[in-house]
Design a protein around this ligand. Structure first.
Ligand SMILES: C[S@@+](CC[C@H](N)C(=O)[O-])C[C@H]1O[C@@H](n2cnc3c(N)ncnc32)[C@H](O)[C@@H]1O
Length: 488
C-alpha cells in the first residue's frame, strides 16, 4: 500500500524492528562535530554517493537521476529522459535513518518528553560523532553545516525583528524553547553515557534537530531521513511527492511530468506556506500558492459580556481542526488562506473566524441568545449561514475588515522597513535572510488583502440588499470601521 509521505508531519509513529543496529559510540573523534563533518565533505565526491547507497540497500535506487548543483544547493537532475508516471527513485527502508536506528537500551532511557524529531536528531548526532567509522558517513558528511542553514531558529535577534509581524516570530521562540527542553531531557536521560554525550552541545543538538525538520519525511511509520531522495528540492506546485509502501518497505517518487536529460527534478515536500518553509526548512518561495496567515482572536477584558461570549465560543468550538472549507483553527486562532475571488464567490474566510466575529459583535445577552437560536435552526454551528439580521451580519464583517485592514497596514510598514530589493548588500547572509523576510511578509500581506477584498465585497452586497429594504444599516455601519484591531 502506497502512502503519501509528508515532510515532518505529526503522525503517530509505531515501532518497527531495528533496520541497522546502532553502533558502539566512538570516542575517537573528540573534536567539534561540524569540524569532522567539514573534513569528510572535502574528501567525498558526489559521484560515489549513489553507488554507495545502492551497495548499502543491496538494490538499484535510481537509473534516471544524478546529483548536481543548483541554485538551491545540491539537487537531483534527470540523467535520461523521464516520462510522467515513471518511478524515478526507490529507497528501501533499510537504507533510511529512523529513530529505530537508536540502540534500544538508549532509546528506553528517553522519556515521553523526547519526541520523534529529537530521537532522529540523536541518531544523526551519534553517526556524526563516529565520523569516518559511521556506516552512514557518506550521507552524514553531506548534510549541511549550521552556517549553511537559514531556519529561523538560527536567526539573530536583530534578524528575527524583521519578521516580528508574522506568527513565525513566536513559533521560532517556541521551537527554540522546545529544542532546549528536549535537549535537557535527553542530557538527563543519557547521563549514563558520558563518553557519547558529554561533548554534544546544545548547538550541535539544535543543528541536528534542524537537519531533521528540513530533510526528514513523516509517514504513518514515523519520521525518517531518506538519503538521495533528500537531495530533491521543493516546488509547491509539483504533483510529485515521496510515497511510502509500508508492505513492501520502501519509499519512492513518481515523476509528475516529462523531463529531458539535464533538467532539475523538483517534488513537493507538502502544501507548505512560506511560514512553514522558513521555520522548518530555512527557505521561502518568491510567490507561494500555499501561503496563509495566522490570526489570533481575543474578547477584550472590558467587554461586559466576556464570560458569556467565551462560554458560547467554547460550547460551539469544534475540536476537529478543519472546518468545511479545509481551514484549521482553534478556538481563538484562525488560519486565513488566499481568496482568489473577490467577487463574493469562492470559499471565503474560515467559518470559525466569522462565528467569532458574530459573537464578538454582540452587545446584549439577547443578541447572543438570538445567535444560538438561529444556529440551532440549522446544524447548530454559529456561522453556517449568514445572520438573518442583515445589520448584525454587516457589523460583524465590518469589524473583521477593520482588523484585517489594520493588520495589512502593519505588514505593509514592515515590508517597507526592509528596504528595496536592490538595497546595497552589507552581508550576504543578512541580505539572503532579508529577502526571505520580504517573501514571507509580502505573501502574508497578499493573503490579508485578498481576505479584506472578499469581506468588502460581501458587506457591499449585504448593504445593497439592506438599502433596498430600508436604507438604515449602511449609514449606521460605516462609522464602525474605526473600531480597532483589539476586537479580535
Ligand atoms: C531536503 S533538502 C534538499 C537538498 C538540498 N538542496 C541539499 O543541498 O542537500 C532541503 C533544503 O534544500 C533547500 N531547498 C529546497 N527547495 C528549495 C527551494 N525551492 N528554494 C530554495 N531552497 C530550497 C533548502 O535549503 C532546504 O532546507
Amino acid at each position: 500500500m502506497l502512502l503519501g509521505a509528508r515532510k515532518i508531519s505529526k503522525h503517530w509513529c509505531p515501532r518497527r524492528p531495528n533496520l541497522s543496529l546502532s553502533h558502539t559510540p566512538s570516542t575517537k573523534l573528540n573534536s567539534h562535530i561540524s569540524a569532522s563533518l567539514h573534513s569528510l565533505c572535502q574528501v567525498e565526491e558526489l559521484d560515489d554517493f549513489l553507488p554507495w547507497l545502492e551497495r548499502k540497500a543491496s538494490t538499484k535506487i535510481s537509473s534516471v537521476l544524478s546529483i548536481g548543483k543548483s541554485a538551491y544547493g545540491r539537487s537531483l537532475f534527470a540523467s535520461k529522459t523521464i516520462r510522467a508516471g515513471d518511478c524515478i527513485l526507490k529507497v528501501p527502508f533499510n537504507a533510511q535513518l529512523a529513530p529505530d536506528n537508536l540502540n534500544p537500551e538508549l532509546k528506553a532511557l528517553l522519556s515521553d518528553d523526547v519526541g520523534d524529531v529529537a530521537k532522529l536528531a540523536i541518531v544523526v548526532l551519534l553517526e556524526q560523532k563516529m565520523g569516518h567509522d559511521s556506516e552512514w558517513a557518506p550521507y552524514i558528511s553531506r548534510l549541511p553545516r549550521p552556517e549553511e542553514m537559514h531556519n529561523t531558529i538560527f536567526w539573530s535577534e536583530g534578524e528575527l525583528e524583521m519578521i516580528r509581524q508574522s506568527s513565525v516570530y513566536q513559533e521560532t521562540i517556541n521551537q527554540r524553547s522546545q529544542i532546549q527542553q528536549e535537549f535537557l531531557a535527553i542530557r538527563t536521560a543519557l547521563k549514563n553515557f558520558p563518553e557519547t554525550f558529554e561533548s554534544i552541545t546544545y548547538e550541535d543538538f539544535m543543528h541536528a534537530y534542524a537537519l531533521v525538520t528540513s530533510r526528514a519525511w513523516g509517514s504513518t511509520k514515523g519520521y525518517s531521513l531518506i538519503p538521495f531522495a533528500d537531495f530533491l528540492n521543493h516546488d509547491g506546485t509539483s504533483e510529485s511527492i515521496v510515497l511510502s509502501d509500508e508492505d513492501k518497505l520502501f519509499s519512492e517518487v513518481l515523476a509528475d511530468r516529462n523531463y529531458t536529460p539535464g533538467e532539475q527534478v523538483l517534488i513537493r515536500y507538502g502544501k507548505f506556506s512560506n511560514a512553514t518553509l522558513l521555520l522548518d526548512f530555512g527557505f521561502t518561495l518568491p510567490y507561494n500558492i500555499h501561503d496563509q496567515v495566522q490570526i489570533q482572536g481575543s474578547i477584550p477584558h472590558h467587554d461586559n459580556l466576556r464570560e458569556m461570549k467565551l462560554e458560547l465560543l467554547k460550547r460551539h468550538h469544534r475540536p476537529v481542526s478543519k472546518d468545511d472549507n479545509g481551514f484549521s483553527s482553534s478556538m481563538d486562532s484562525f488560519t486565513i488562506k488566499e481568496i482568489r475571488s473577490g467577487s463574493g464567490k469562492g470559499k471565503g474566510i474560515p467559518q470559525s473566524l466569522r462565528a467569532f466575529a458574530r459573537v464578538q459583535c454582540c452587545t446584549s445577552p439577547q443578541e447572543l441568545s438570538d445567535l444560538v437560536e438561529e444556529a440551532a435552526q440549522h446544524d447548530g454551528r454559529l456561522a453556517r449561514r449568514p445572520l438573518t439580521n442583515n445589520c448584525r451580519e454587516i457589523k460583524a464583517h465590518q469589524m473583521l475588515i477593520s482588523t484585517l485592514t489594520q493588520l495589512a497596514e502593519d505588514y505593509d510598514a514592515s515590508v517597507k522597513s526592509l528596504g528595496p530589493v536592490s538595497s546595497p548588500v552589507t552581508c550576504e547572509r543578512l541580505s539572503h535572510r532579508r529577502q526571505m523576510a520580504r517573501d514571507l511578509l509580502s505573501g502574508e500581506l497578499r493573503i490579508l488583502e485578498s481576505a479584506s477584498a472578499w469581506l468588502k465585497n460581501y458587506c457591499a452586497t449585504l448593504t445593497a440588499t439592506d438599502s433596498h429594504r430600508d436604507g438604515v444599516c449602511s449609514t449606521k455601519l460605516s462609522r464602525r470601521r474605526t473600531e480597532g484591531r483589539d476586537i479580535i
